[in-house]
Ligand binder design. Structure first.
Ligand code: G4P
Length: 280
C-alpha cells in the first residue's frame, strides 16, 4: 500500500499540540471505537507525558458492542480512564465532566494544599482526523463551535468554552497525524475515514476488509450481499458480490474496481451493521 507518512507534517502537528498542552490540566484523547489502537497516534504517550488523560472511544454506534466492552477494559488497564461514547447522538457524554474531575483530583488537592482558589479545569481534545473531535466539542459546548470535517493546519484565535461550572475546553482540537508503519493499520484508517481516499488503493483495502469479515463477521457479509456461502478465495468473493451487484464489463467479466468501491462505501455508511476492525 503506497501511503506515505511525512515527517514534516508530523513535526508541525507535534509543535502545535505541544504549544496547546502547556495550558492544559487534563487531555481528552479520542479514538475510533471500530479501530481503537490503530486510530491512536503512537507519539501521544510521549507528547502527553505526565498529564492526566481521559480516553474516549467514540462512534460506539458503529462498533461491535461486545468488542467495545473488551476494548474499554483494555484501555483502562493499559492507558487511562476511558469512556465509551456516541458523540453524534450525545450518548455517554454526560460522564465526561465527572471523569475529568476525578482525573484532576491530585491537582485539585495540590491547589487546596497551597491555598489556591480552584479554577475551572482546562481540557484539550486530541486525536487523529475524523475520530469525531469537532463533534465532541460542539456537543460539549451545546452549540456549533468547531467545524465538522475541518482540515488540519487551519489556524484561528483560540477560545475557552465553558462546560458546566468546573471545566473549560479549548475550542480548537489538537490534531495528530495518523501513523501507519504497519500496512494493516493503514487499511483500518482508510476504512474508517482517517486518511484520504486518494492515497490508498481501494482494492487492497477491500481485500483486507473481506478477509477480516470472513473470519470475524461472516454472517454480516452473507446478509449484506445475499450469499448463502462465502467462497474460500477472496477473488471468488469479489466475483460473487460483483454478480449480485451487476458489476459486469464487456464479455461478462467482473469490474473489480466497482466491486471494491461498493464494498468500501457500504462499510463507510455502516451498511454491514456494527463492526470492529481489530481485537484487543
Ligand atoms: P474530526 O473533528 O476528528 O476530524 O471529526 P468530526 O467531528 O469532523 O467527525 C467526522 C465524521 O464522523 C463526521 O461525519 C461526524 O458526523 C462523524 N461522527 C462523529 N462522531 C460520531 C459518532 O459517534 N457516531 C457516528 N456514526 N458518526 C460520528 P461526516 O462529516 O459525515 O464525515 P464521514 O462520516 O463521511 O467521514
Amino acid at each position: 500500500m503506497a501511503i506515505q507518512w511525512y515527517p514534516g507534517h508530523m513535526a508541525k502537528a507535534r509543535r502545535q499540540v505541544q504549544e496547546k498542552l502547556s495550558q492544559i490540566d487534563v487531555v481528552i484523547e479520542i479514538v475510533d471505537a471500530r479501530t481503537p489502537l490503530s486510530s491512536r497516534n503512537p507519539m501521544i504517550e510521549e507528547l502527553v507525558e505526565q498529564k492526566p488523560r481521559l480516553v474516549l472511544l467514540n462512534k460506539a454506534d458503529l462498533a461491535d458492542t461486545e468488542m467495545t466492552k473488551r476494548w474499554l477494559e483494555y484501555f483502562e488497564t493499559e492507558f487511562s480512564k476511558s469512556l465509551v461514547i456516541d458523540a453524534q447522538r450525545g450518548k455517554g457524554m454526560n460522564k465526561i465532566p465527572e471523569a475529568v474531575r476525578s482525573l484532576a483530583a491530585p491537582l485539585l488537592e495540590k491547589w487546596k494544599r497551597k491555598g489556591i482558589n480552584p479554577r475551572a479545569l482546562r481540557t484539550l481534545i486530541l486525536g487523529i482526523p475524523n475520530v469525531g473531535k469537532s463533534t465532541v466539542i460542539n456537543k460539549l459546548a451545546g452549540k456549533k463551535i468547531a467545524n465538522i470535517g475541518d482540515k488540519p493546519g487551519v489556524t484561528k484565535k483560540q477560545q475557552w468554552i465553558k462546560v458546566g461550572g468546573e471545566m473549560e475546553l479549548l475550542d480548537t482540537p489538537g490534531i495528530l497525524w495518523p501513523k501507519f508503519e504497519d500496512e494493516e493499520v493503514g487499511y483500518r484508517l482508510a476504512l474508517t475515514g482517517a486518511i484520504k481516499e486518494e492515497i490508498f488503493d481501494f482494492q487492497d483495502t477491500v481485500v483486507f476488509f473481506l478477509k477480516f469479515m470472513k473470519v470475524h463477521y461472516p454472517q454480516l457479509l452473507k446478509q449484506r450481499y445475499d450469499l448463502e456461502e462465502l467462497p474460500e478465495d477472496v477473488v471468488d468473493l469479489f466475483d460473487a458480490v460483483g454478480k449480485r451487484r451487476g458489476c459486469l464489463v464487456a464479455g461478462g467479466l467482473i469490474d473489480y474496481d466497482r466491486v471494491a468501491e461498493i464494498i468500501f462505501r457500504d462499510f463507510r455508511h455502516g451498511k454491514f451493521g456494527p463492526v470492529t476492525l481489530e481485537t484487543p
